[in-house]
Design a protein around this ligand. Sequence first.
Ligand code: DGY
Length: 336
Amino acid sequence: MSTNGLRDRPRVLVTRVIPEDGLDRVRAACDVDLWQDELPPPRDELLRRVAGIDGLLALLTDRVDDELLDAAGPQLRVVSNFAVGFDNVDVAACTRRGIPVGNTPGVLTETTADLAWTLLMATARRIPEADRYVRDGRWRTWGPMTLLGPDVHGSTLGIVGFGRIGQAVARRARGFGMQVLYHGRKRGPTEVEAETGATRVPLDELLQRSDFVTLHVSLTPATRHLIDARALARMKPTAALVNTARGGVVDTDALVAALDTGTIWAAALDVTDPEPLPADHPLVTGERCLVVPHIASASHATRARMAEMAAANLLAGLRGEHLPTPVNPEVYASRG
Ligand code: DGY
């Protein structure tokens, strides 16, 4: 037994270069196959490389399902996902095989809430358009009617999903004197409601009353296309939609139509379906939609903490210990 609690040097696959804070810890204890490309491993390459590994450190761009688990083999002891979201992993398939799956909750909450606010503010004050206006040489004088948008302060914010990130978004709204509505499966903690003044309402009411609707639910069969044509039609024609959750929560075609017809005023997306969107997609080329490339957690400090956490989950799983942050703790029930 070595000092790190591992019997030998387990074989692991890390499917992209992640910050050294985590990668160095994995390298110190394991034989690492590191996929170094900027793009994810193509599916057939991924299936080839997982054969015989003991641990997998995967990204949200890697589909972990029965096919991959079969290709890996029965010795696979742990799947560590470098993300808080884990809709890329068939968790039930892992649980059936006794494989714990880890994610990175908590560490990206504030950074993601910051980006949701960045998108909200940039959309309201038409920052991308204003920047293009200057770059294109169209700024000739101060204009009383130039690039007007809605006020953020004093408006109504609707938060769909009131978990850690939704609550962090609500806290930021206090400084803008906003009325905060939220919709969630469960009531939020009473102390957070008191601190933020957030009120729980049915989804339809939230959509009807909000000037800004921001999405913070995980992608599950129940939330896929939660924001569809019907939901968009409930929103104010002056409202903006912000999505930093998962692209699949919004019906993309319905959003294109809603922006085209003026059903809603604007949208800002960190996540899309499909992801990435082609450069000629109407959401990318249209004036009323701001799209950024899934960067909600992209601060130096947060990505470093995600890497540490993903490494900690991977190494714990390889040692046969409980993962610090498992998404399928039920996997331990059969082990006692
Ligand atoms: C996550 O962690 O789920 C984000 O989408 C990527 O940081």
